[in-house]
Design a protein around this ligand. Structure first.
Ligand code: C2G
Length: 130
């Protein structure tokens, strides 16, 4: 039984989000997702996500490929979340390549290629133009 953990905001949920979650699940048997909290996003980017955290969590939890969801409250707690959830593998998109290598002593760390040509930021820009 291989337990996978991944993290993300999943704001304005799109196909890139779905694919990284499906491919993360394909790396093992059980997928746990840390959904970044509204406050964590505000601290990081100085703005709140468009979709509030309870709705982002509900969307992610409803997916067939996702087994369990919790709120990620801080980037600094990643090691603790990996240990608490007994994760065997940390999967992240390759926009984070190298950033989480420090956890290679507690689990495997895999960076998967991002889905090209789609992002929350570009979707927000397109919607603004309409
Ligand atoms: N992603 C992807 N393809 C895209 C867009 C995003 O594969 N076109 C992946 C990202 O690489 C990430 C996941 O989808 O692994 C979630 O992306 P975001 O919601 O942008 O999450 P982020 O702000 O990177 O939050 O602890 C880390 C943070 O919680 C990550």
């Amino acid at each position: 039984m291989k337990r996978i953990i991944t993290f993300g905001t999943f704001d304005v949920f799109h196909i890139g989000h779905l694919r990284i979650l499906q491919r993360s699940r394909d790396c093992g048997d059980y997928l746990i997702v840390g959904v970044s909290s509204d406050r964590m996003n505000f601290n990081k980017k100085d703005r709140y996500p468009v979709i509030p955290q309870n709705q982002r969590r509900e969307i992610v939890q409803s997916l067939k490929c996702v087994d369990e969801v919790f709120f990620e409250e801080s980037l600094d707690l990643k090691g603790q979340y990996i240990l608490e959830n007994k994760a065997d593998v940390l999967v992240m998109g390759d926009d984070w390549a190298g950033r989480f290598d420090e956890f290679k002593n507690i689990c495997d760390v895999i960076y998967l290629p991002r889905t090209p040509s789609v992002s929350t930021t570009s979707l927000i820009e397109i919607i603004k133009e309409i």
